[in-house]
Design a protein around this ligand. Sequence first.
Ligand code: G5P
Ligand code: MG
Length: 225
Amino acid sequence: MVLQRIFRSVIMGPPGSGKGTVSNRITLSFGLKHLSSGDILRANINAKTELGLLMKTCIDQGQLVPDDIISRLVLANLRDMDHSSWLLDGFPRTVAQAESLDSMCTLDTVINLDVPFETIKERLTSRWVHLPSGRVYNTEFNPPKIPGLDDVTGEPLSQRDDDTPETVTRRLKAYENQTEPVLEYYRSKGMLTTFMGTETNKIWPHVQAFLAKKIPQAQQASRRM
Ligand code: G5P
Ligand code: MG
């Protein structure tokens, strides 16, 4: 599908709720560009930039990185995608971040994946990632074709340092305290649509149908402009 008007969206949900997995499917179905704040931070850590090394301790302890740093990084990436339709994953995660995003653009929609915390904990310890692309696998749910290797590039997969059971517990706490208020922020603006469930394969058809309705509307609006 070729988009005719710029479509800007955010995907939210607790750690491990399937934001990366669903984003990948949205990218393939609707051609939106995917930008993940976690992938940006991990790319910095991997490249051993000064910022990456500074942020690594925060991430490994399951804490959020400071608002001003992540907002600067993400908004700079969004400016580079100024003429594209995009899906933002993992940002905003605090009300201050949501306000900084608002000051830059108007969103078309916010998708919220509501997956119970008990479901999430099991998933993260069996996750494997391809760091350069952000592609995610799971030894139970979507294993790579060859164990330990990325399906597309054949490069080795790794496990995230913040996927240990203790850190996952801290990440879920940070989500409850700092990110749940962002859901209310978007709900009060009438922008939030929530998809509940315990399995991505059951949630996905609903997300797909929702976006299929939203995106042609954006195209119709552009024809009237
Ligand atoms: P991230 O990288 O944004 P999180 O914690 O928000 O990390 P995460 O862990 O990346 O979110 P996800 O993207 O929601 O999870 O989930 P996923 O990767 O698609 O799926 C998780 C696993 O479950 C995968 O192995 C997948 O294959 C599997 N899976 C999916 N669906 C199913 C299913 O139906 N069944 C089963 N069995 N498995 C399934 O952020 C990382 C850190 O960076 C910092 C913070 O420190 C954060 O903790 N950070 C920020 N700090 C401040 N502000 C921000 N805006 C920040 N953004 C990042
Ligand atoms: Mg993710």
